[in-house]
Design a protein around this ligand. Structure first.
Ligand code: HEM
Length: 148
């Protein structure tokens, strides 16, 4: 159980750490030169593939195994709330946030154009909205996890 809990926390750290790095890059990227703007957006895609998505999968898989070990009959309400909110956050991040970040990385060369095409701004805005919702849900799940 201790190793499982450690892996559960590790997954959440990777997930939130990657999201914080993404937020930092997307806030700072507009101040950079066009070539650096484009590579910053590619980094956002790589962060999602190498750090955030593996973190989400680790957090969800270990979460389900932990539930299995606890036994469904004795789940405290806060654990059920964490699991419910965590699953919604994970699905949103995997099926909406992740593909948007990959799309942003794919169209990142457009960031070198002047003016930057509106399509790029639209994808950036979608990523900001979806990641904000998913991150608020993760923090909510963390709150329920903290009061277990
Ligand atoms: C996605 C965001 C999630 C966050 C931030 C989160 C957070 C936490 C935290 C902080 C703990 C440690 C509680 C403690 O032992 O003091 C924990 C444990 C646990 N988590 Fe999560 N969790 C998440 C998702 C999930 C999911 C999706 C599931 C199940 C499907 C799950 C199931 C569990 C279980 C069963 C434990 C052990 C509770 C116990 O030993 O009493 N978690 N989680």
């Amino acid at each position: 159980m201790t190793l499982l809990r450690f892996l559960h926390m590790l997954g959440i750290c990777l997930w939130l750490g990657g999201v914080l790095a993404t937020i930092t890059i997307t806030l700072l990227v507009p101040e950079e030169k066009p070539v650096a703007r484009a590579s910053g957006l590619r980094m956002v895609g790589r962060l999602h593939s190498w750090i955030i998505a593996p973190g989400i999968l680790l957090a969800l898989v270990t979460g389900f195994v932990l539930v299995g070990r606890l036994g469904t009959t004795q789940l405290p309400p806060s654990v059920s709330a964490m699991a419910g909110v965590g699953v919604v956050a994970g699905l949103l991040a995997l099926f909406a946030q992740y593909p948007t970040a990959i799309k942003l990385a794919a169209i990142s060369p457009a960031a070198e154009q002047n003016p930057v095409p509106p399509a790029l701004h639209r994808v950036e805005r979608r990523l900001t909205i979806v990641s904000t919702i998913a991150t608020v849900l993760v923090l909510t799940a963390m709150y329920f996890g903290a009061v277990v």
